[in-house]
Design a protein around this ligand. Structure first.
Ligand code: MN
Length: 248
């Protein structure tokens, strides 16, 4: 693998930050990382900052203990252990999105209404989505953040082999075998959650069967380049309009 490959991965991580901000999955909080394909014991993640403002220079490399590789002293995300622990235990995962997105979060607190795939774009959600309850591992009075390796490992245990884990009263974490699939899943789990809330107001919801979830996932995730190119173009334009506003 050559330098250009890593360079274009870093570019894509920057675009992914802009896309997820632009599509309403991330706001000033939340983050996306990608495993280093040249050293599977490290991953790339922005420093502590709003995703919509991330540039190439802000992407740092971390080891699987959550430490920055090298001497960069800039402030890092408190919840980087979500990423370090999942990469440590899930060999199949090469990208992770942690978000507090608005439509998914309600499903982390209403146990009687489990999040389930109800549209053909979101079969990756699977038949059952685990919910991480931080009280079970850290007591009644935490700040609810994943601020150390032990909490990251507990979250990873609850994630198991699933594609996402809900975090009660906090948000969710989505994993994928590639950066573009992680972006796709983070966006479509939010879409599915909104659709599920809307549909359940009309009446009982007919969800995808297991076979439909698997078959639609296979088909749609083979086409992630198409939405990626659209989301990226929109995000780049949005960035330009900000810059021109600053200059003007
Ligand atoms: Mn968080």
């Amino acid at each position: 693998m050559n330098k250009n490959y890593i360079d274009s991965l870093i570019d894509d991580i920057v675009y992914a930050n802009w896309i997820l901000f632009n599509e309403g999955v991330l706001d000033a909080f939340g983050h996306i990382s990608a495993r280093n394909p040249e050293n599977r014991d490290t991953f790339f993640l922005a420093r502590n900052m709003a995703p919509g403002l991330v540039t190439r220079d802000d992407i740092l490399e971390f080891d699987l203990e959550g430490n920055v590789v090298g001497n960069d002293q800039r402030k890092v995300y408190l919840e980087r252990y979500i990423h370090s622990e999942i990469y440590k235990y899930r060999e199949d995962v090469d990208a992770i999105v942690h978000s507090h997105s608005k439509s998914v979060l309600p499903f982390s607190v209403v146990r009687s209404q489990p999040l389930r795939p109800m549209c053909h774009m979101s079969g990756f959600i699977g038949m059952q989505v685990p919910v991480f309850e931080i009280r079970e591992v850290a007591g009644e009075s935490t700040n609810m953040l994943i601020t150390n390796g032990n909490l990251g490992r507990s979250l990873t245990n609850v994630l198991g082999s699933h594609t996402l884990v809900l975090m009660r009263g906090h948000g969710s974490t989505v994993v994928a075998p590639s950066l573009k699939q992680a972006v796709y899943r983070a966006i479509y789990v939010e879409v599915n959650a909104q659709l599920q809330i809307d549909a359940s107001r009309l009446g009982p919801v007919e969800f995808l069967s297991k076979g439909e979830a698997l078959a639609t996932q296979e088909t749609n995730e083979g086409q992630v380049e198409r939405p990626w190119n659209l989301w990226k173009a929109i995000a780049i334009n949005a960035q330009k309009s900000w810059q021109s506003t600053e200059e003007g």
